[in-house]
Design a protein around this ligand. Structure first.
Ligand SMILES: [Zn+2]
Length: 302
């Protein structure tokens, strides 16, 4: 059965028995039936769930208990609702990257300089060692294979969220078979292939840039520029396992959405900050500052 969330745009595929009226991503009760989409690329690969519903719940409870002190105090006692395993569509990208780069390489050297200073009323001449840097231009070529760039293809789970859940263990990547997702909620790619390809290329280029940074010679470098061509690109739909939970932490607040890597148990959610706590702390620090100021002031006068 094919469903669409009218709130976040996720396009779900579920078995008849799993008919749901609530979106697993955003918990909006605006899921409607839609005709099957024929032009969507079928998944090539899939990663199975390695974590049970109970273990995912335990991870989230631990995560909620260990958030920063500014967060809403209800989080520690939050109740977990709507725990759902979702096969989230992502694109797995790889390419060969051929780069030309130019950079300025700095080599340090030391010099002894003489200087004059005044000691006991007399002018004396002394020497000291200073470190200086000589810059020279460098050009070069670099080729590498950039494997396993993962970007979301889902409107329900954003790319920054997916990045927080990464890495997934791609050594256990399997060919997609419908039997693998039977009984689970799966989503079809709801972002366009072009959009995902652009995102994947951006991530690949960022990786190349970090690599180039890491192997520059010299003591330091600056103005590293690279012109990189991506060749032999591959882009395949891969379903990744994610647990999505709603943590209800206050009766007057919407539940916090928490996502868990279905393989590694890595947890991510946008923790609500308690502005009351922040304000009280700021006021406390100001009050303490004033107290210290007043005490010191009195000490000075007596
Ligand atoms: Zn939704």
């Amino acid at each position: 059965m094919n469903l669409r969330c009218q709130s976040c745009g996720a396009e779900l595929v579920v078995a008849e028995g799993l008919r749901t009226t609530v979106c697993p991503y955003c918990a909006a009760p605006s899921v409607v039936e839609r005709p099957p989409s024929l032009d969507r690329p079928a998944p090539t690969f899939a990663l199975g769930f390695a974590l049970t519903h109970q273990v995912a719940g335990e991870r989230v409870k631990h995560w909620l208990r260990t958030r920063n002190p500014w967060c809403h105090s209800g989080l520690k006692r939050a109740s977990l609702q709507d725990v759902r395993g979702v096969y989230v569509p992502a694109y797995l990208y790889s390419a060969r990257a051929d780069s030309h780069y130019s950079v300025s390489i700095g080599e340090n050297y030391t010099e002894t300089e003489t200087y004059t200073t005044t000691e006991n009323g007399k002018t004396v001449t002394k020497t000291r060692t200073v470190t200086k840097t000589e810059w020279r231009p460098l050009r070069g070529e670099h080729a590498e294979y950039v494997p396993d760039v993962l970007v979301t293809a889902s409107r329900g789970l954003s790319n920054p969220e997916l990045e927080q859940l990464e890495p997934f263990d791609l050594r256990v990547l399997a060919r997609y078979e419908p039997a693998l997702v039977a009984g689970w909620v799966a989503e079809e790619p709801s972002l366009s292939r072009d959009e995902c390809l652009r995102q994947a290329r951006e991530e690949a280029l960022a990786r190349v840039a970090r690599r180039l940074e890491s192997f520059m010679p010299g003591d330091s470098h600056r103005e590293l520029r690279h012109d990189t061509r991506l060749e032999e690109e591959s882009l395949d739909v891969c379903l990744v396992p994610v647990w999505v939970l709603a943590a209800r932490y206050a009766p007057d607040k919407p539940p916090l959405r928490v996502v868990v890597n279905g393989q590694s148990g890595e947890v991510f959610g946008k923790v609500p900050i308690s502005w009351v706590k922040v304000l009280l702390t700021v006021l406390g620090v100001v009050a303490l500052g004033l107290l210290v100021y007043v005490l010191l002031g009195q000490g000075g006068r007596s």
